[in-house]
Structures are given as structure tokens and as C-alpha cells.
Design a protein around this ligand. Structure first.
Ligand SMILES: *Cc1c(COP(=O)(O)O)cnc(C)c1O
Length: 409
């Protein structure tokens, strides 16, 4: 498979494994439990001595096929799938960390991840938020009990690009787990393994599923971290290949015990959606660049935030790391235009909180997804009251340009 390109590889991956009746893709298996003719086989499967399926909260053939597909996309060793992206992040930290451990996180974060990390703080896992566009801030926050660094690639909604390569090197030097949220870039635009990430999380709900019809999340082990350096692994999960200790503990102590499991129907929707990830990303990214260029010269637009624009502070880094600059763009309008009026004037672009859909979406972020965190934290993240975030879809570019032109007029 290594000789093939991204799409060739993933659309043919299901049938490289055992697949029933010559099905062209993995079918939906809805069974929650599995039966064995020989009770000894069931015992062997439970004990991990024989491959097989036990119970739907832990494993499911349709979900396994999707996990393998995500591993292939990310160039990773193994993947655990979850009911949502938040389930993936929360479960992973729960499985790997203990009270008294310390985490360094980018302060430019998806709102619910920010809220979740504050909950971990309340449970005795200390979290320090830093501006991760510069590795120096991460380095200054390292403590004796630091275990993990968490960042997003391109931050939502202000599109800051993390100092990924330098932070990867820093984590390697200090023996820290480097946990990267690749949702914004997807494994098509960027593979975190290139910057020595240990674990990568994707919200499958967004671009990978891509059609706003299924929730899901994944965590992939990239094989770059030496788990023998990590003292929170239980002896039970120290198998022969130490590269898999972390993901095994995430699957057992996390997925199995917390139960944020992905259902087979959702796994199927996500898998079908992911077949066209590359095609959708190409179109969505090129649409976004066209719109960003148009809006950056428009006299009713005060500011455009998009890493594909020359004036973006991390334009060079984005160009170096990512195939293209993604399909999230935020703007601030001139003072006398109300952002609600502007969003209401759009016809084709829908007002909605999701991102990574085939459809273009707009949302007034300060008043919605970032409302709960309050004005001070919003200000520290660069989120002004007039900021409008767009997740640009795959419509014809001329239709999108016309929609913005009309709405701004
Ligand atoms: C949406 C999102 C998540 C959470 O994913 P869900 O599937 O909605 O739980 C995490 N990180 C980023 C960057 C996201 O955009």
C-alpha cells in the first residue's frame, strides 16, 4: 500500500483485511456480543491471546475497519475510535494521567476542550495554558511533573498556527507526550508524525466524516514516544512492543471503562465520508483562499484571519508544514456593521456551529461557542465580539464569492 497516494490507499483499505462475502467495503455489524463454539476460545480472546471480538463497548468489526483506515491516513500504528472528538480527548487524558501530573496546553483551543481541561484541573491534574505559537512559552512552562503537551494545529477561530516542529523537538528532549489535535488540518493536509507527535486526535465528526451526519473521534498512536519513560502505565498493559503500551491503556482504562464508544452505524457513515476527504479538502481550501483574498481588500472588512494570506503572522510556517492552509477563516467587519445582520444577509452560507461540513457555515463565535468562557478569556484568545468564523465548504467558488459580495453590499 505504501506506493499508493492518500486516496488510492484509503478507498481500498477495507478489503485488504478479512471482509465478508467479498464485500467491497466493510459492512455495518450491529451485534453487541459475540459467541464462541469453544468456551476456551472466548477465554483466550478475553486474555488477549487470540484475536477476536468480545463486547461492543470495547470492539466492533465496523469500528475496527475505521480505526485501521485512520491509522493508514495518519501513518500510525494503531487507533482507538470514540463516540465523539471530546470523548477521544477526555478519555485519553483520563487513561494516561493521574492526580499530581501536569499538562501544558495551547491557550488557543476549541472551546469545549478548554472547558474540559479546566475540569481536569479541578480533579488534581494541573494545566498551564500558554501561547503555543512560540516554543519558548512551552519550554518556560515545563515542570518536574509535566507529562504531556496538548496543541491544535491551526487554532479555531483565530487561526493561530502552533510552533509544531519546535514543540515536537522539545517534547522529545524532555520525554513528554506530544498530543496533537489534527482536526483542523486533517491527515490529508498534515501528518503530525512529521513533527514527532506521540498521539494524534481527530474529531471524525468534522472533515474526515465530512457530511454532518455522524459524530466520532479517534486517537492514533504514531510510534514516536518511548512509553518505557512513562511511569503511569499499568503492568498489565506492558506487552512485548512498548510502542503500544499507551494506546493499549487508552483502550482498556479509557475506552472500555469510560465507555465513550463509537457505534457501528456512525463508523460506517464516517468511513464512507472519509473516502472523499482529499477531494473535499482540495476544493474547500481553494475556496477559502479565494474568499480570504477577496475579503482582505474589501472596504467593509476590517480584518481577515487565514493562514493562507501573506499577512498572517504564521503564513510561512503554515506553508512549510501544511499542504494548504485549511478551510477555516474568521473576519472582523468594520465597526458600523452588526455581525448578526451580516450573517443573516448571507443566503448560501448557513448559520451553524459545526465545521468541516460540505456546506459553508458561519457563526458569531463570541456570542455562541465561546460565550460561556467569559470576556476575559475570550480577549486572551483574540476573540472580539464582532468576530465571525466561517467553515468554507465545497460549493462552486463563484457562488460563494457572489454570496459574500451581496451580503456585504
Ligand atoms: C469539534 C472539535 C473537537 C470535538 O469534536 P466532537 O466530535 O464535536 O466532540 C475537538 N477539537 C477540535 C479542534 C474540534 O473542532
Amino acid at each position: 500500500m505504501a506506493k499508493y497516494g492518500f486516496t488510492s490507499k484509503i478507498i481500498h483499505c477495507d478489503r485488504r483485511g478479512p471482509i465478508e462475502h467479498g464485500s467491497i467495503h466493510k459492512p455495518i455489524h450491529t451485534a453487541v456480543a459475540y459467541t464462541y463454539d469453544d468456551a476456551r476460545d472466548l477465554a483466550k480472546v478475553f486474555q488477549g491471546k487470540q484475536p477476536g471480538y468480545t463486547y461492543g463497548r470495547q470492539v466492533n468489526p465496523t469500528v475496527t475497519a475505521l480505526q485501521d483506515k485512520v491509522s493508514l491516513m495518519e501513518g500510525g500504528l494503531a487507533t482507538a475510535a470514540f463516540a465523539t472528538g471530546m470523548g477521544a480527548i477526555g478519555t485519553t487524558l483520563f487513561a494516561l494521567l493521574r492526580a499530581g501530573d501536569h499538562v501544558i496546553s495551547s491557550s488557543f483551543l476549541f472551546g469545549n476542550t478548554n472547558s474540559l481541561f479546566n475540569s481536569f484541573s479541578a480533579h488534581g491534574i494541573e494545566v498551564t495554558f500558554v501561547d503555543a505559537t512560540d516554543v519558548a512559552n512551552v519550554e518556560a512552562a515545563v515542570q518536574a511533573n509535566t507529562k504531556l503537551v496538548f496543541v491544535e494545529t491551526i487554532a479555531n477561530p483565530r487561526t493561530q498556527v502552533t510552533d509544531l516542529a519546535e514543540i515536537g523537538a522539545l517534547c522529545e528532549q524532555h520525554g513528554l507526550i506530544f498530543f496533537v489535535d489534527n482536526t483542523m488540518t486533517t491527515p490529508y493536509l498534515f501528518q503530525p508524525s512529521q513533527v514527532k507527535a506521540s498521539l494524534v486526535i481527530n474529531s471524525l465528526t468534522k472533515y474526515i466524516g465530512g457530511h454532518a451526519n455522524a459524530l466520532g473521534g479517534s486517537v492514533t498512536e504514531l510510534g514516536n514516544y518511548d512509553w518505557q519513560r512513562f511511569d503511569n502505565i499499568y503492568d498489565d498493559y506492558k506487552g512485548a512492543d512498548s510502542r503500544l503500551w499507551g494506546i493499549t491503556q487508552i483502550k482498556k482504562k479509557g475506552l472500555r471503562d469510560l465507555g465513550a464508544s463509537l457505534g457501528p452505524e456512525a463508523a460506517h457513515h464516517i468511513s464512507v465520508g472519509s473516502d472523499t476527504l482529499a477531494l473535499r479538502m482540495e476544493r474547500a481550501c481553494s475556496n477559502t483562499l479565494k474568499l480570504a483574498e477577496y475579503l482582505s481588500t474589501h472596504d467593509k472588512v476590517k480584518k481577515v484571519y487565514y493562514p493562507g494570506l501573506q499577512e498572517h503572522p504564521q503564513h510561512g510556517r503554515s506553508k512549510q508544514l501544511f499542504k494548504s492552509a485549511g478551510a477555516i477563516m474568521s473576519i472582523e467587519l468594520v465597526d458600523d456593521i452588526d455581525c448578526f445582520d451580516f450573517i443573516n444577509a448571507l443566503d448560501l452560507v448557513a448559520c451553524s456551529s459545526n465545521l468541516g461540513d460540505t456546506r459553508s457555515l458561519a457563526i458569531p463565535v463570541a456570542h455562541s461557542i465561546y460565550y460561556e468562557m467569559g470576556p476575559e478569556r475570550r480577549a486572551s484568545m483574540g476573540i472580539s465580539d464582532s468576530l465571525v468564523r466561517f467553515s468554507i465548504g465545497i460549493e462552486e467558488p463563484e457562488d460563494l464569492l457572489a454570496d459574500f459580495e451581496t451580503a456585504l453590499a
